[in-house]
Design a protein around this ligand. Structure first.
Ligand code: ZN
Length: 134
């Protein structure tokens, strides 16, 4: 089941510049930064009530976030939904005709199993499913 919007992912060129900006905007401190080697990003998290903001900076000039910024500029990158059973949700979505970017959940940021849906199958919006690793 899709439980809630867990976080919004925002692609940024520089965490050094964007962390103070979002701290000012949200009037709260960044709760943590974390390198996710599998996605070639460094992430920074902010708690906003029941959901979070995740800033993403590429660690590699050829990484997906670097390419995204090259094409579209900085900005909203993905919407992440928390799910109670990621494998069941992946099966359901695949059966509904959505394209998954990986056939198995991957280890993402913030102690989560994650799986992305191809934006071509979701009206151009990159969707992430995430489930806490217990
Ligand atoms: Zn995310």
């Amino acid at each position: 089941m899709m439980q809630k919007i867990e976080h919004l992912g925002i692609a940024v060129k520089s965490l050094e510049k964007s962390i103070p900006l979002f701290e000012k905007l949200l009037n709260t401190k960044c709760t943590k930064t974390e390198v996710v080697p599998t996605e070639e990003v460094t992430t920074a998290f902010f708690e906003t009530g029941n959901s979070k903001i995740e800033l993403l900076e590429s660690t590699d000039s050829n990484g997906v976030i670097a390419k995204f910024i090259e094409k579209k500029g900085e900005g909203l990158h993905h919407i992440a939904f928390e799910v109670s059973d990621i494998k069941a949700e992946m099966n359901r979505l695949q059966n509904e005709g959505f394209t998954l970017l990986s056939l198995e959940p991957k280890i993402g940021a913030d102690n989560k199993w994650v799986c992305f849906l191809h934006p071509k199958s979701t009206n151009g919006v990159l969707i992430e499913l995430c489930q806490e690793i217990k």
